[in-house]
Write a protein that binds this ligand. Structure first.
Ligand SMILES: [Zn+2]
Length: 315
Protein backbone atom coordinates (compact mmCIF):
# COMPACT_ATOMS: atom_id res chain seq x y z
CA UNK A 1 0.00 0.00 0.00
CA UNK A 2 1.50 3.27 -1.12
CA UNK A 3 -0.19 5.59 1.33
CA UNK A 4 2.42 7.19 3.51
CA UNK A 5 -0.02 8.21 6.19
CA UNK A 6 0.85 10.39 9.11
CA UNK A 7 2.26 9.28 12.41
CA UNK A 8 0.33 6.74 14.45
CA UNK A 9 -2.54 6.47 12.00
CA UNK A 10 -2.73 2.81 12.90
CA UNK A 11 -4.17 0.19 10.66
CA UNK A 12 -6.67 -1.40 12.99
CA UNK A 13 -10.09 -0.09 13.90
CA UNK A 14 -10.52 1.29 17.40
CA UNK A 15 -13.14 1.98 20.03
CA UNK A 16 -13.06 3.63 23.44
CA UNK A 17 -11.54 1.53 26.22
CA UNK A 18 -14.14 2.29 28.87
CA UNK A 19 -17.52 3.93 29.34
CA UNK A 20 -17.38 7.73 29.39
CA UNK A 21 -20.21 9.64 31.06
CA UNK A 22 -20.91 13.36 31.12
CA UNK A 23 -23.73 15.88 31.25
CA UNK A 24 -24.15 19.30 29.77
CA UNK A 25 -26.47 21.86 28.27
CA UNK A 26 -27.71 21.58 24.70
CA UNK A 27 -26.81 24.71 22.72
CA UNK A 28 -30.15 25.02 20.96
CA UNK A 29 -32.59 23.30 23.35
CA UNK A 30 -31.03 24.60 26.57
CA UNK A 31 -31.79 21.20 28.11
CA UNK A 32 -29.38 19.48 30.51
CA UNK A 33 -28.57 16.18 28.81
CA UNK A 34 -26.78 13.13 30.18
CA UNK A 35 -24.59 11.34 27.64
CA UNK A 36 -22.62 8.09 27.74
CA UNK A 37 -20.02 6.87 25.27
CA UNK A 38 -19.64 3.08 25.21
CA UNK A 39 -17.24 0.73 23.43
CA UNK A 40 -18.55 -0.89 20.25
CA UNK A 41 -17.30 -3.81 18.14
CA UNK A 42 -15.45 -3.52 14.82
CA UNK A 43 -17.52 -2.33 11.85
CA UNK A 44 -20.28 -1.01 14.13
CA UNK A 45 -19.39 2.60 13.31
CA UNK A 46 -20.68 5.47 15.44
CA UNK A 47 -24.24 5.07 16.62
CA UNK A 48 -26.45 7.32 18.74
CA UNK A 49 -29.10 5.82 20.99
CA UNK A 50 -31.89 8.00 22.41
CA UNK A 51 -32.21 6.46 25.88
CA UNK A 52 -35.01 8.85 26.83
CA UNK A 53 -37.28 7.61 24.02
CA UNK A 54 -39.31 4.39 24.50
CA UNK A 55 -37.57 1.48 22.81
CA UNK A 56 -34.23 3.37 22.84
CA UNK A 57 -34.07 3.89 19.05
CA UNK A 58 -30.65 3.96 17.40
CA UNK A 59 -29.46 6.42 14.75
CA UNK A 60 -26.28 5.65 12.88
CA UNK A 61 -23.91 8.55 12.16
CA UNK A 62 -24.17 8.27 8.40
CA UNK A 63 -25.01 10.72 5.64
CA UNK A 64 -28.29 8.98 4.88
CA UNK A 65 -29.59 9.90 8.36
CA UNK A 66 -29.02 13.66 8.08
CA UNK A 67 -32.33 15.45 8.41
CA UNK A 68 -31.38 19.07 9.18
CA UNK A 69 -28.26 21.17 8.65
CA UNK A 70 -29.41 24.62 9.74
CA UNK A 71 -27.26 25.92 12.66
CA UNK A 72 -26.30 22.37 13.67
CA UNK A 73 -26.04 18.89 12.25
CA UNK A 74 -29.14 16.89 13.13
CA UNK A 75 -29.43 13.18 12.52
CA UNK A 76 -32.69 11.29 12.64
CA UNK A 77 -34.53 8.10 11.87
CA UNK A 78 -38.21 7.20 12.07
CA UNK A 79 -39.10 10.57 13.58
CA UNK A 80 -36.47 10.46 16.34
CA UNK A 81 -33.60 12.95 16.17
CA UNK A 82 -30.34 13.85 17.82
CA UNK A 83 -28.82 17.24 17.09
CA UNK A 84 -25.55 19.15 17.43
CA UNK A 85 -23.60 15.96 16.84
CA UNK A 86 -20.79 17.59 14.85
CA UNK A 87 -18.22 18.36 17.57
CA UNK A 88 -18.43 14.89 19.13
CA UNK A 89 -18.25 13.29 15.67
CA UNK A 90 -15.20 15.45 14.90
CA UNK A 91 -13.54 14.24 18.13
CA UNK A 92 -14.13 10.61 17.09
CA UNK A 93 -12.87 11.20 13.56
CA UNK A 94 -9.86 13.29 14.56
CA UNK A 95 -8.73 10.77 17.20
CA UNK A 96 -9.58 7.88 14.84
CA UNK A 97 -12.22 6.28 17.01
CA UNK A 98 -14.01 4.15 14.41
CA UNK A 99 -16.64 2.55 16.59
CA UNK A 100 -18.67 3.77 19.57
CA UNK A 101 -22.18 3.90 20.94
CA UNK A 102 -23.35 7.29 22.18
CA UNK A 103 -26.28 6.99 24.54
CA UNK A 104 -28.01 10.32 24.88
CA UNK A 105 -30.83 11.04 27.34
CA UNK A 106 -32.27 13.95 25.37
CA UNK A 107 -32.52 15.40 21.84
CA UNK A 108 -29.16 17.17 21.68
CA UNK A 109 -25.50 16.41 22.42
CA UNK A 110 -24.18 18.77 25.15
CA UNK A 111 -22.32 21.78 23.76
CA UNK A 112 -19.76 21.70 26.64
CA UNK A 113 -17.45 24.72 26.13
CA UNK A 114 -18.40 25.10 22.47
CA UNK A 115 -15.35 23.20 21.24
CA UNK A 116 -14.40 19.54 20.95
CA UNK A 117 -11.68 19.80 23.62
CA UNK A 118 -13.77 18.32 26.48
CA UNK A 119 -14.70 15.30 24.33
CA UNK A 120 -11.10 14.78 23.26
CA UNK A 121 -9.89 15.00 26.86
CA UNK A 122 -12.44 12.44 28.02
CA UNK A 123 -11.70 10.03 25.16
CA UNK A 124 -7.96 10.36 25.66
CA UNK A 125 -8.47 9.95 29.41
CA UNK A 126 -9.93 6.49 28.94
CA UNK A 127 -7.81 5.61 25.91
CA UNK A 128 -8.50 3.62 22.78
CA UNK A 129 -8.79 -0.10 22.33
CA UNK A 130 -7.62 -1.62 19.06
CA UNK A 131 -10.03 -4.02 17.44
CA UNK A 132 -9.18 -7.06 15.40
CA UNK A 133 -10.26 -5.61 12.05
CA UNK A 134 -8.49 -3.39 9.53
CA UNK A 135 -9.58 0.24 9.27
CA UNK A 136 -11.07 1.22 5.93
CA UNK A 137 -10.27 4.40 4.04
CA UNK A 138 -12.16 6.21 1.35
CA UNK A 139 -9.62 7.32 -1.24
CA UNK A 140 -10.84 10.09 -3.55
CA UNK A 141 -10.10 9.24 -7.19
CA UNK A 142 -11.93 11.97 -9.12
CA UNK A 143 -12.86 15.51 -8.07
CA UNK A 144 -16.30 16.32 -6.72
CA UNK A 145 -17.56 19.84 -6.15
CA UNK A 146 -20.70 21.61 -5.16
CA UNK A 147 -21.36 25.34 -5.06
CA UNK A 148 -24.12 27.69 -3.98
CA UNK A 149 -23.53 31.26 -5.05
CA UNK A 150 -19.96 32.03 -3.94
CA UNK A 151 -19.95 29.21 -1.39
CA UNK A 152 -18.30 26.01 -2.45
CA UNK A 153 -16.70 22.79 -1.30
CA UNK A 154 -14.59 20.34 -3.26
CA UNK A 155 -13.42 16.83 -2.47
CA UNK A 156 -10.27 16.12 -4.48
CA UNK A 157 -7.80 13.27 -4.93
CA UNK A 158 -4.91 13.34 -2.41
CA UNK A 159 -1.53 14.86 -3.21
CA UNK A 160 1.50 12.69 -2.54
CA UNK A 161 -0.67 9.92 -1.12
CA UNK A 162 -1.08 11.88 2.09
CA UNK A 163 -4.06 11.46 4.41
CA UNK A 164 -6.73 14.16 4.58
CA UNK A 165 -5.81 17.78 3.97
CA UNK A 166 -8.27 20.62 4.46
CA UNK A 167 -8.09 24.18 3.14
CA UNK A 168 -10.83 26.42 4.44
CA UNK A 169 -11.65 30.08 3.86
CA UNK A 170 -14.37 32.06 5.58
CA UNK A 171 -15.46 35.52 4.53
CA UNK A 172 -18.09 37.34 6.55
CA UNK A 173 -19.16 40.83 5.68
CA UNK A 174 -18.58 42.06 9.22
CA UNK A 175 -16.24 44.80 10.44
CA UNK A 176 -14.62 42.52 13.03
CA UNK A 177 -14.64 39.19 11.24
CA UNK A 178 -14.16 39.02 7.52
CA UNK A 179 -11.65 36.80 5.77
CA UNK A 180 -9.71 34.00 7.47
CA UNK A 181 -8.00 31.01 5.88
CA UNK A 182 -6.67 27.86 7.46
CA UNK A 183 -5.01 24.76 6.03
CA UNK A 184 -4.06 21.54 7.74
CA UNK A 185 -2.89 18.06 7.01
CA UNK A 186 -4.96 16.10 9.48
CA UNK A 187 -3.50 13.66 11.98
CA UNK A 188 -4.43 13.19 15.65
CA UNK A 189 -1.57 15.38 16.89
CA UNK A 190 -2.32 18.30 14.57
CA UNK A 191 -6.04 17.89 15.23
CA UNK A 192 -5.48 18.18 18.99
CA UNK A 193 -3.06 21.09 18.77
CA UNK A 194 -4.70 23.19 16.08
CA UNK A 195 -8.40 22.38 15.86
CA UNK A 196 -10.16 20.89 18.87
CA UNK A 197 -10.03 23.96 21.12
CA UNK A 198 -11.72 26.28 18.61
CA UNK A 199 -15.17 27.25 19.86
CA UNK A 200 -18.57 27.75 18.28
CA UNK A 201 -19.18 31.38 17.41
CA UNK A 202 -22.06 33.63 16.55
CA UNK A 203 -22.79 37.27 15.87
CA UNK A 204 -24.54 39.34 18.50
CA UNK A 205 -26.75 40.73 15.70
CA UNK A 206 -28.11 37.19 15.11
CA UNK A 207 -28.70 36.16 18.72
CA UNK A 208 -32.15 37.74 18.99
CA UNK A 209 -33.28 36.13 15.73
CA UNK A 210 -32.00 32.73 16.85
CA UNK A 211 -33.77 32.99 20.20
CA UNK A 212 -37.03 34.04 18.51
CA UNK A 213 -36.80 30.88 16.44
CA UNK A 214 -36.31 28.76 19.54
CA UNK A 215 -32.59 28.29 18.89
CA UNK A 216 -29.46 29.01 20.93
CA UNK A 217 -31.49 28.71 24.16
CA UNK A 218 -28.50 27.17 25.91
CA UNK A 219 -26.02 29.52 24.26
CA UNK A 220 -23.89 31.76 26.47
CA UNK A 221 -20.41 33.19 26.71
CA UNK A 222 -19.55 29.92 28.49
CA UNK A 223 -20.01 27.91 25.32
CA UNK A 224 -19.71 30.27 22.37
CA UNK A 225 -17.67 33.17 21.14
CA UNK A 226 -20.06 36.06 20.58
CA UNK A 227 -18.95 38.71 18.11
CA UNK A 228 -20.09 42.27 18.68
CA UNK A 229 -19.54 45.23 16.35
CA UNK A 230 -15.83 45.65 17.02
CA UNK A 231 -14.71 42.83 19.26
CA UNK A 232 -15.76 39.59 20.92
CA UNK A 233 -17.89 39.85 24.05
CA UNK A 234 -16.01 37.06 25.81
CA UNK A 235 -13.75 38.57 28.49
CA UNK A 236 -11.12 35.89 28.04
CA UNK A 237 -10.78 36.73 24.35
CA UNK A 238 -9.90 34.20 21.68
CA UNK A 239 -8.04 30.89 21.93
CA UNK A 240 -6.45 31.46 18.51
CA UNK A 241 -6.42 34.70 16.48
CA UNK A 242 -8.17 32.72 13.74
CA UNK A 243 -10.35 30.64 16.07
CA UNK A 244 -13.37 31.16 13.79
CA UNK A 245 -12.03 29.44 10.69
CA UNK A 246 -10.51 26.71 12.87
CA UNK A 247 -13.94 26.04 14.30
CA UNK A 248 -15.36 25.77 10.79
CA UNK A 249 -12.68 23.16 10.11
CA UNK A 250 -13.79 21.31 13.26
CA UNK A 251 -17.41 21.36 12.05
CA UNK A 252 -16.30 20.14 8.63
CA UNK A 253 -14.39 17.22 10.13
CA UNK A 254 -17.51 16.17 12.06
CA UNK A 255 -19.69 16.53 8.98
CA UNK A 256 -17.34 14.66 6.64
CA UNK A 257 -17.16 11.81 9.18
CA UNK A 258 -20.71 10.99 8.07
CA UNK A 259 -19.07 9.18 5.14
CA UNK A 260 -18.46 6.49 7.78
CA UNK A 261 -14.74 5.95 7.09
CA UNK A 262 -11.51 7.93 7.21
CA UNK A 263 -10.94 9.95 4.04
CA UNK A 264 -7.75 10.13 2.00
CA UNK A 265 -8.03 13.21 -0.16
CA UNK A 266 -8.13 17.01 -0.15
CA UNK A 267 -11.02 19.21 0.86
CA UNK A 268 -11.19 22.80 -0.30
CA UNK A 269 -13.97 24.79 1.30
CA UNK A 270 -14.92 28.41 0.75
CA UNK A 271 -17.60 29.87 3.01
CA UNK A 272 -19.00 26.39 3.49
CA UNK A 273 -21.20 25.29 6.37
CA UNK A 274 -23.17 22.23 7.49
CA UNK A 275 -25.47 22.41 4.47
CA UNK A 276 -22.71 22.36 1.85
CA UNK A 277 -20.59 19.96 3.91
CA UNK A 278 -23.52 17.57 3.91
CA UNK A 279 -23.95 18.25 0.20
CA UNK A 280 -20.48 16.97 -0.60
CA UNK A 281 -21.04 13.90 1.61
CA UNK A 282 -24.25 13.20 -0.33
CA UNK A 283 -22.49 13.75 -3.64
CA UNK A 284 -19.72 11.34 -2.71
CA UNK A 285 -22.20 8.71 -1.51
CA UNK A 286 -24.15 8.93 -4.78
CA UNK A 287 -20.99 8.83 -6.96
CA UNK A 288 -19.18 5.65 -5.89
CA UNK A 289 -17.22 5.71 -9.16
CA UNK A 290 -15.28 8.73 -7.91
CA UNK A 291 -13.63 7.03 -4.95
CA UNK A 292 -12.68 3.62 -3.71
CA UNK A 293 -12.57 2.09 -0.27
CA UNK A 294 -9.31 0.46 0.68
CA UNK A 295 -7.72 -1.16 3.68
CA UNK A 296 -4.18 -2.12 4.41
CA UNK A 297 -3.14 -5.49 3.10
CA UNK A 298 -3.42 -8.23 5.69
CA UNK A 299 0.29 -9.04 5.71
CA UNK A 300 0.94 -5.48 6.86
CA UNK A 301 -1.27 -5.88 9.90
CA UNK A 302 0.48 -6.43 13.22
CA UNK A 303 -0.32 -9.66 15.04
CA UNK A 304 -3.91 -9.35 16.11
CA UNK A 305 -3.52 -9.53 19.86
CA UNK A 306 -5.83 -6.70 20.90
CA UNK A 307 -9.12 -8.45 20.38
CA UNK A 308 -12.20 -6.61 21.57
CA UNK A 309 -13.14 -7.74 25.04
CA UNK A 310 -15.50 -5.11 26.38
CA UNK A 311 -19.25 -5.27 26.74
CA UNK A 312 -21.26 -4.64 23.62
CA UNK A 313 -24.08 -2.17 23.75
CA UNK A 314 -27.37 -3.48 22.36
CA UNK A 315 -27.86 -2.79 18.66
ZN1 LIG B 1 -19.54 23.93 15.48
Amino acid sequence: MAYSLHDNIGMLQTTVKEIIEFSGIGLHTGLLVKTRILPAPADAGIRFIRRDVPGSPAIKARGKNVIETLYAMTLGKDGVTVSTVEHLLAAFYGLRVDNAVVEVFGPEIPIMDGSAAPFVEMIEGTGLRKLNAPRRYLVVKKPMKIAEGDKSISLLPPKDDAGLTIEYTIDFSHPYLNRQSFAISLCPRVFKEEVVKARTFGFLRDVEMLRKNGLARGGSLENAVVIGDRDVLNEEGLRFPDEFVRHKVLDLIGDISLLGVQVIGRIKAHRSGHSLNYGIVKKALSNPGRWKVTEFAEEELPAASAVFEGEFAPA
